[in-house]
Design a binder for this molecule. Structure first.
Ligand code: SAM
Length: 281
């Protein structure tokens, strides 16, 4: 009986291993206006908020809705430091999990969608679940969602593909040039060391040469940057593919390559389905 009482006191004063909770939310791209009501509510009630947002305005907006917001930005390499981004990400996950283990409701607020071309939220959720903590992700409006809206393209018309630019270069990806192709992190194309924050003209020339297997060198490509603040307009710069190595690319640039070929019908499938080409809209 005495032992039971002691156990109860201990469990009340020291939160059990599984009391903490982690919720990763997306804040959208555009300051304050693209976050879901549910995600904002979690930020408001969180014991601790870890943030990775694009600018000081967004950081201050978060500060106004929760008193304990900690930026994860400080884990990136300092200007004169060489640091592998894998180390940065694992330090971020450790910082997040340390607070979850204390039994807190921890919310991670990432710009855009927390799980699109962003590994920290996935890593932190996986680790939290492995340790028995409840953990989930709430979607946000990503750069890609803004891109389709700003460029007036329905990606469902001919389909689309998305690749991280360096992965596209390093692996045997074969783009389907009948669809729209997005290359994320174009400003880092070919930067495989995970220590630099920009690419080089030479690496972009290799990318252009590679792409020229499927796209003519004068094919128009779009450098896209979604607006993140109310007074900004999106950047939509259309250039020839061959000019890409000399274009101004920033960490927030995404490359959109429109199709260079028309869709063609799959006659074998049409035959199997008993459909004739003239009946397809
Ligand atoms: C690490 S990923 C983060 C993506 C983010 N999680 C999202 O949901 O959009 C960074 C890449 O996202 C894209 N990106 C980020 N901000 C952007 C913006 N304002 N406009 C267009 N693309 C952007 C760029 O390709 C950039 O290199």
């Amino acid at each position: 009986m005495l032992q039971d009482q002691n156990t109860e006191i201990t469990s009340k004063s020291e939160p059990s291993k599984n009391v903490g909770r982690l919720v990763c939310v997306g804040t959208g791209m555009h300051l304050a206006g693209q976050i879901s009501t549910l995600s904002k509510s979690y930020i408001e009630i969180a014991d601790v908020v870890f943030s990775l947002v694009t600018d000081g305005f967004a950081a201050r907006w978060l500060d106004a809705i929760n008193a304990d917001v900690r930026s994860l930005q400080s884990f990136y390499a300092k200007p004169d430091e060489v640091k592998n981004r894998r180390d940065t990400y694992s330090e971020m996950v450790n910082a997040i999990l340390t607070e979850v283990r204390k039994g807190k409701l921890v919310v991670c607020a990432f710009y855009g969608h927390p799980g699109i071309f962003a590994c920290v939220a996935h890593m932190a959720i996986k680790q939290a679940r492995a340790e028995g903590f409840e953990s989930n992700m709430l979607p946000g409006i990503s750069a890609e969602a803004c891109l389709w809206a700003d460029l007036g393209i329905d990606p469902g018309n001919v389909g689309h593909q998305s690749f991280e630019a360096t992965q596209f270069l390093l692996y045997n990806h074969i783009p389907n040039n009948c669809t729209h192709l997005l290359l994320w992190q174009i400003a880092l194309a070919g930067e495989h060391t995970l220590t630099q924050f920009s690419t080089t003209t030479a690496k972009l020339e290799i990318l252009v040469d590679h792409l020229s297997q499927w796209y003519p060198l004068d094919h128009p490509v779009v450098i896209y940057e979604a607006a993140t603040l109310p007074f900004q307009q999106p950047r939509i710069d259309t250039i020839a593919l061959s000019d890409l190595p000399f274009a101004e690319l920033r960490s927030i640039s995404t490359l959109m390559i429109p199709p260079s070929k028309k869709l063609t019908l799959n006659q074998q499938i049409l035959d199997k389905l008993g459909i004739t080409a003239d009946t397809i809209g």
